[in-house]
Ligand binder design. Sequence first.
Ligand SMILES: [Mn+2]
Length: 354
Amino acid sequence: MRLEKAEGVFSKILEEKSLDLILIIKMVNIRYLTGFTGTSGYLFYSKEGFLFLTDPRYTEQARKECSGVEVEEIRGEKLSDWIEKRFSPKRMGIEQWMSVGALERLKEGLKNVEVEVLLDLVEDLRVSKDSEEKERIKKALELAEESFTEVLDLFKPGVRERDIALELEWRMRRKGSTGVSFSIIVASGSRSAMPHGVASEKPIERGDLVIVDWGCVFDGYCSDITRVVKLGRLSGDEKRIWSAVYDAHMRAVEAVASGERDCKKIHRVAHSVFDEIGLGDRFGHGLGHGVGLEIHEKPSLSPLSEDKLATGAVFTVEPGIYLPGEFGIRLENIYYLDETPVCLNSLPLDVFEL
Ligand SMILES: [Mn+2]
């Protein structure tokens, strides 16, 4: 079904841009289109349809995984020579992800071929998730949340941030995840003011506020969630900041619920909550991002985004306030956009006061 959808789009592009060939090189895009889970190969599209090229390490796997796609093998031959021999293209389009070095080599080998860079060809197709994708993301989130609940009793004075991160990762893997979707953030005390404070050797202390931002991969799909833990009771200041972040989060989700689909406007709704209390400049990152085969994918909810939220999109909402030298608070959930946004999380956004 994904291949059929892609075929419709790709065949139009061949025609509009007068191309003979399209080359897809990013492995998650190849996985999305063909089901191939290996780490090396090239997907071509021409008037004949799709063709997947891989090397002998993966030929058998590709024939099993890529149903409906012709698979060929390359052995001891330069990619450019193979392309010339198989397609003799005059004009070809290549995804933007090829390295400048690889592109130079390819152009040297294909001297008479015009090359055009194609932007976000498959990324745009990936925005709206089908039900199978949505279920995998939900499962990845479920494993992440269950594991977090199980490690809450580790938040004790003297336990290092990285011990918590390791335990969390180990539990997610034990439950069936293939790994973390990014390096787990456990940022305690004044480190919580660093939006990406990856777990360090620092032991957590009584009174610390701890930002935990984590996620795992299930069947290729990522989850991403942020919660705040406090060793003790929240101070007045911490409560005030938590409420502002919570309001920003909810106001953004309400904007989507009432029909806003312009991603930069959704970002602005959250930002304006912080502006109202004079903390606008303490929110320096985007409000959220798409989640799927990659931890950060389209759409981007940020001030410069040109993206629109499409039905079927799975995206995070994660406003945060960071006070250097003091503390930070970020609250992140994942939403699925049906007619209205549906929260995929089970854990509440409240601070876990321990
Ligand atoms: Mn995130």
